[in-house]
Design a protein around this ligand. Structure first.
Ligand code: SF4
Length: 380
């Protein structure tokens, strides 16, 4: 019972009640996790909040998590990430071509946990773009072969599209390897959905910006003339991660003015200007490794999601680590939808043998998508 006196304000009582409820939820998750340990693996993406990460058996980027889940071969995979990640796990764990010994059910604790970047490309628009590009190709004879490449952050049907058209999936860790491999077989690439990963990677590989026009799916012919399409090396889709657009060149200038010996390290989903101005650029795995390897006293301003930055700061107290957008946190709000109560509901549903929020990709899409994933894994 809460003892109310004249100094206690009602909002403090609510806060205390919320905290008590949260503690109860966390303690129940802990007990259930222990009870279900032989049948459940909990995966936590780097961008998840600490209240979720504390229960994760594996923490990492989306591909590492899916690959680990397939190897662990537990019947239930609770994927604390976003929708496309749970789909990727289902593709890797349950395809005919995979080595999984049993069907694994992939559960996304909150079905509204999507990815705004993934939503910027859909199969109808990509097929329209493909028809336009191949028609120009045939008419102008400038390009003999075009290959589609998708960032892993996309829906399963787009991964399948790429699989069917001889293309590849890439991650932010292997984009350069995948793109250079594809360019051995094609004169032109269609890269979706993240324009920034495509542009930043291709520019680093020596492809000039003029040869990377932006295809805007809302405009007729993507807003490009036949000449622009015919002369392009890489056609970039007009998609982006709204979270990583929070980082600005002005923040880099300001932080360097006050702390000249700081290193700016950013994710390649950031804009071209930010990536050009940064000292170091790479995936979440790369960022974590660079910071882990740096000597005590090193200083970093990090351009990626705040939960990962905060965890790195806690893990390495002898180094100075903060967000590039400090004091404004850069939070992936869709990842944040995976709340402890949603994780608890997912575990309870497994305990009751009535699993909720199971993500299951259609078999035909799954097989075609797996082809593209396997091509990527062979290269990287
Ligand atoms: S950080 Fe960006 S790309 Fe990653 S899940 Fe969130 S919205 Fe999607």
């Amino acid at each position: 019972m809460i003892n109310i006196n004249s100094d206690t304000n009602p909002s403090q009582i609510n806060d205390r009640n919320d905290q008590n409820n949260q503690n109860e939820i966390l303690s129940t998750i802990s007990k259930l996790k222990q009870k279900l340990k032989d049948v459940v693996v909990i995966l936590g993406h780097h961008y998840q909040q600490d209240d979720i990460i504390q229960f994760a058996d594996v923490v990492g980027d989306s591909l590492i998590l899916s690959q680990t889940a397939a190897k662990l071969d537990k019947p239930y995979i609770v994927f604390c990430g976003v929708h496309f990640m749970a789909e990727t796990a289902d593709i890797l764990c349950n395809s005919r071509l995979s080595n999984s010994r049993q069907q694994q059910k992939v559960i996304l604790p909150d079905l509204s946990a999507g990815c705004s970047m993934a939503d910027m490309a859909n199969i109808n628009d990509v097929e329209t773009a493909w028809n336009i590009l191949t028609e120009v190709q045939q008419r102008t004879k400038n390009v003999n072969k075009i290959i589609p490449i998708t960032y892993i952050n996309c829906a399963a049907d787009l991964k399948a599209f790429v699989g069917k058209h001889g293309g590849y999936i890439c991650t932010s860790s292997n984009a350069e390897k995948v793109i250079s491999h594809a360019l051995k077989f094609a004169e032109q690439l269609l890269f979706f959905p993240d324009q920034h990963l495509g542009r930043n990677t291709c520019y680093r590989m020596g492809i000039p910006l003029e040869q990377m026009p932006l295809y805007r799916p809302t405009l007729p012919s993507g807003g490009l003339s036949s000449e622009e399409i015919a002369n392009a090396k890489v056609i970039l889709w007009d998609g982006y991660c709204s979270v990583h657009q929070v980082f600005l060149i002005e923040q880099i200038v300001a932080i360097r003015a006050t702390t000249p010996d700081i290193k700016i390290i950013v994710h390649p989903e950031c804009s071209f200007d930010v990536v050009q101005a940064a000292d170091l650029v790479g995936s979440t795995a790369y960022i974590s490794q660079v910071i882990a390897d740096a000597p005590p006293g090193s200083k970093f301003a990090v351009g990626t999601e705040i939960n990962l930055v905060n965890r790195l700061a806690k893990r390495f107290p002898q180094k100075e680590i903060h967000s590039l957008s400090h004091p404004y946190p850069c939070l992936c709000s869709t990842m944040y939808r995976i709340q402890p109560k949603a994780l608890l509901a997912a575990l309870r549903s497994i305990e009751n043998k009535k699993p909720i929020n199971v993500i299951s990709v259609n078999a035909e899409i799954r097989e075609a998508a797996l082809l593209a994933l396997q091509r990527m894994l062979e290269i990287s």
